[in-house]
Write a protein that binds this ligand. Structure first.
Ligand code: URA
Length: 430
């Protein structure tokens, strides 16, 4: 088979056979298909889509592109969660220890930032020493020690996703339903928990801007997961504005830790408790939101995060001393140019501002700056006075600040009255 013929076939809107998809993706892993060919193919998929059969095949090819993590010797209910990508979304860093503190095994394979959205792996690596690139043996060891892991795709686990993901990040091919579904489910398949919950984001800062697209994505995730024999559910949740108040790698970890201390923002806390309660039900060990919150109040969820950090080589002292994580040296405060109510805080613009500051990648493999970010002091529905601080930019260079300001200035919209009804969880898809 010839890679360019496969690209051409997809470019022309034709369906690729299982063999063609296997040849192309496996060829990429073996170095027989080049980065630029996979980039072109991703763009063809972006425009022409894939049939349900192709998507299902791609999930299997990506999921089985390395080894499968065998969890059969763990005698705990096994759960997993994945978000379709958002801005300020530190849910996994909060939910994983919370569920592990309740006795669930949580093998979380996560990703780096994609486009203008952040990634759990980039964030958690703000913790000094924290290793996300674990071999299978170390993964299992860490799971035994803490009951949970937060790790990246590796050469052993879903390596095809690792490579394709990095390309999509920088080639404007993230927001494609077939590519998102195969990326997420490929990772889930490789680690093989039994109950999965999906957080499908919708809105300005999500890859799905419209509700019907979010429903389509949720439906694909659910139907293929069920085919794979999993107990699953999806929540469609708001990503018009960022989740929580902090956007940027280190400061999002800080916010996740605050949430495990019971001092987190209301929206993040609500989302974590809702996803967790649902996940516990799917795993046949139902816990209410109140029971989950008890684990936070008693400090058990925070202790579990300390265990996870230690098991993955990180420094758990960060839980009490945020200064151990990287921070940008300068800050710039944005003030409201008029009095009124915040009508919207455009999550995509906030994400692009953080990317401009160096918090995400403009090129494949580029080092990111974990210390930069944006703290939002005001969110949708809040009242502001003229000249009041609405956000703070943490930055390292004047040129990046200037670029970020371009996005940030138009991210906030202030109206005369509080007319916008915000909702966090729109619906549940089964
Ligand atoms: N998360 C993933 O792992 N992959 C995507 O494509 C989007 C979100």
């Amino acid at each position: 088979m010839i890679p360019s013929e496969i690209i051409k076939k997809k470019r022309d809107g034709e369906e690729l056979s299982t063999e063609e998809l296997k040849f192309f993706i496996e060829g990429y892993l073996k170095g027989k298909v080049a980065d630029y060919q996979v980039s072109a193919w991703c763009m063809a998929v972006y425009f022409k889509g894939m049939s349900p059969r192709e998507i299902r095949d791609l999930v299997e090819i990506i999921g089985r592109s390395g080894k499968l993590l065998d969890l059969s010797d763990f005698d705990l209910p096994k759960v997993d969660k994945h978000s379709t990508g958002g801005v300020g979304d530190k849910t996994s860093i909060t939910l994983v220890p919370l569920m592990a503190s309740c006795g669930f095994l949580f093998p979380k394979l996560a990703g780096r930032g994609l486009g203008y959205t952040g990634g759990t792996i980039d964030k958690i690596e703000s913790i000094p020493g924290f290793r996300t690139n674990l071999c299978l043996e170390d993964l299992k060891l860490a799971l035994r020690r803490s009951g949970a892991i937060i790790a990246a795709q590796t050469e052993e686990l879903a390596p095809a996703d690792k490579k394709i993901y990095a390309l999509r990040d920088v080639t404007a091919t993230v927001d494609s339903i077939p590519l998102i579904v195969s990326s997420i489910l490929g990772k889930k398949l490789a680690v093989g928990a039994d109950a999965w919950v999906f957080d499908v984001k919708v809105g300005k800062g999500a890859f799905m801007k419209e509700m019907d697209k979010a429903r389509e994505l949720a439906t694909f995730l659910i139907s293929i997961s069920k085919d794979l024999g999993k107990r699953v559910c999806a929540f469609i949740t708001d990503m018009d504005q960022p989740l929580g108040n902090n956007v940027g790698n280190t400061i999002e970890v800080e916010e996740a830790i605050d949430t495990l201390k019971g001092k987190g923002p209301a929206d993040l806390t609500e989302l974590v408790l809702s996803l967790g309660s649902e996940l516990s039900t799917l795993a046949n060990k139902p816990l209410s939101r109140e029971e989950l919150y008890e684990k936070i109040v008693k400090g058990e969820a925070l202790q579990k995060l300390a265990d996870i950090i230690e098991a993955q080589g990180g420094d758990p002292r960060v839980l009490e001393n945020y200064n151990l994580m990287p921070h940008a040296p300068y800050s710039f405060v944005i003030e409201a140019d008029k009095a009124g109510f915040i009508e919207s805080v455009d999550a995509e613009k906030i994400g692009l501002a953080v990317l401009s500051l160096g918090g995400g990648r403009k090129r494949k493999g580029k080092e990111i700056d974990r210390g930069v970010g944006i703290r939002l002091f005001k969110k949708r529905g809040d009242k502001v006075e003229k000249g009041e601080a609405i956000a703070e930019i943490l930055y390292r260079s004047e040129s990046s600040l200037a670029e970020a300001l371009q996005f940030l200035k138009s991210a906030y919209s202030i109206g005369e009255r509080c007319s916008i009804e915000g909702k966090l969880i729109y619906e549940k898809v089964l």
